[in-house]
Design a protein around this ligand. Sequence first.
Ligand SMILES: [Zn+2]
Length: 108
Amino acid sequence: MISAALARAHHLLNQEMLGYLDTVELLTNEHDTDDETVLAVARAEVPRLVAALRATVATHKADPSGDCPACHTTWPCAVIDSAHSYLKDPDSIYSAGPAISSTASVNA
Ligand SMILES: [Zn+2]
């Protein structure tokens, strides 16, 4: 069990990341945004998103014993398994529940 202050910090960090993703998603939506803006946002933000995913994959790379050093579990860990699944089927994230919503509440 974590403290209320730490739960609030987790919530704020989560909201910051989800808010960023919501903004990128909105500004690259072909129905709501003009092509010039979509191109500019994509050029600026896709490299950042790729870097974030590359860093996540690098952090959760199997060690010589076949474990994830970040999660201390057998590789592939839940992080790699989820990232791989959502890369192969991005639409499945939208049926994953409130954890992906920027309006998710703190469960502390
Ligand atoms: Zn891991």
